[in-house]
Design a protein around this ligand. Structure first.
Ligand SMILES: [Zn+2]
Length: 407
């Protein structure tokens, strides 16, 4: 009896000590079950909580000047978590390290792709899915060899070694790659250009919809957003300049059609130009890029409605960019959407303002931007479908792969 009482006292003491200590760990959810048959991972580059609620504030304003209550599609998903993003070398990550952490579950140094912090190659969930017999699509609204998509197929400790990153596409061996274009398309002197290299290694490269329609029966494709006649622009959302350019939603439709639903698939879709706009602290272009990203999620959601028990859609960001918020000095409690929107309409939806003019416009309208770089702010993660409840928590970006792969 005495022994029993002592055991209870010792037990209570240990329990109180463990649970009462700041930073103590709780047992995490076990990621049991089988992965969904159809998996969509959407990454809004630079899209923190603020970029989403900025867009929703704009939608509410458009809805008869309301202050709130309008939502994007993906913010209505039933499961929501918060994801921390630091890299192995910095409290503020870049897209290469964050993409690697999400894709592979390994923290690494800023600027590194598909390698852990010790320099070993590490492999993405796209590779795991491919090995499990899934078709794989990896694409972006920015170049195919930019950091976020590259984190799913490449291994390089220089994210800007673009030509050699492109050459790793056939090693990934995925069925569908896509993006705005290729950086360093030409390659060094004496070497084949990117298209020649890919075509001699089993990939058809299609520039724009018409070329894609001709090669839909191929096994491996790289789809670029614009026809050859247009010439490369930086990102897919340049549709106002080049109306024949494919938007991210169009590319998602093409990826779905190409991969089909007979075999299981994994799709990684990046909304890359959100980050580009936030590096310039551009308010309306950030809203527009976020809405285009939301349109791409809508295509996946329509697919989900047809296969709700077999589909998982996860929407998150690699980091926040710009240190954005609603409300800034010198205004108090006021946001002037009317002036912000008027400037955007008058410019014909073009980025025409100088950095100084843009700063003055943001200040006069109450939009706060603290930096033209990334921040360490945690990002949201939204999920719907098979296994989405696992994302209902605080997590690290290295946890995402295990939740998706159920391991
Ligand atoms: Zn960035």
């Amino acid at each position: 009896m005495v022994k029993k009482i002592i055991a209870i006292i010792v037990g209570l003491f240990c329990f109180g000590f463990t649970c009462g200590t700041l930073g103590s760990k709780i047992v995490k959810n076990i990621n049991e079950g089988k992965p969904a048959k159809y998996v969509f991972l959407f990454i809004g580059d630079g899209m923190g909580h603020a970029q989403a609620f900025l867009s929703e504030s704009y939608l509410a304003y458009k809805d008869s000047g309301k202050f709130g209550g309008s939502q994007l599609l993906f913010t209505q998903f039933p499961d929501l978590g918060t994801c921390f993003t630091h890299s192995a070398s910095s409290r503020v990550t870049d897209s290469a390290a964050a993409g690697t952490a999400i894709a592979t579950g390994h923290k690494t140094h800023n600027g590194w792709l598909g390698m852990d912090a010790d320099g070993n190659n590490v492999y993405s969930m796209a590779v795991d899915f491919h090995n499990m017999g899934y078709n794989v699509g990896v694409y972006s609204s920015v170049p195919v060899n930019h950091a976020t998509p590259a984190a799913f197929y490449a291994h390089n400790n220089h994210r800007s070694d673009y030509y050699n990153i492109s050459k790793q596409i056939p090693e990934g061996g995925f069925e569908f790659y896509g993006g705005a274009n290729f950086l360093e398309f030409e390659g060094p002197e004496g070497e084949p250009d990117t298209e020649e290299y890919l075509e001699s290694n089993g990939y058809q490269v299609a520039f724009g919809q018409a070329e894609f329609d001709q090669i839909k029966d191929s096994e491996h494709v790289v789809l670029l957003a614009e026809p050859r006649s247009v010439g490369a622009t930086e990102y897919v959302s340049d549709a106002t300049e080049a109306p024949q350019t494919m938007l991210l939603a169009d590319m998602t439709r093409n990826a779905l059609e190409f991969l089909g639903d007979e075999k299981p698939f994994f799709i990684m879709c990046e909304g890359g130009e959100i980050d580009y706009m936030c590096h310039d602290d551009k308010t309306m272009p950030t809203v527009e890029a976020t809405l285009k990203f939301n349109d791409a999620v809508q295509v996946a959601y329509d697919f989900y409605l047809k296969h709700p028990k077999q589909t998982l859609i996860v929407v998150t960001a690699d980091h926040e960019t710009g240190g954005l918020t609603l409300g800034a000095e010198p205004l108090s409690y006021a946001i002037d959407w009317a002036t912000m929107e008027q400037q955007w309409e008058e410019s014909g939806h073009q980025n025409t303002l100088s950095p100084e003019e843009n700063k003055a416009l943001n200040e006069s309208c109450g939009f706060g931007w603290t930096t033209t770089h990334h921040t360490g702010a945690p990002v949201p993660i939204y999920a719907i479908g098979k296994g989405s409840d696992k994302f209902r928590s605080r997590m690290d970006n290295t946890d995402i792969i295990n939740k998706i792969l159920c391991r």
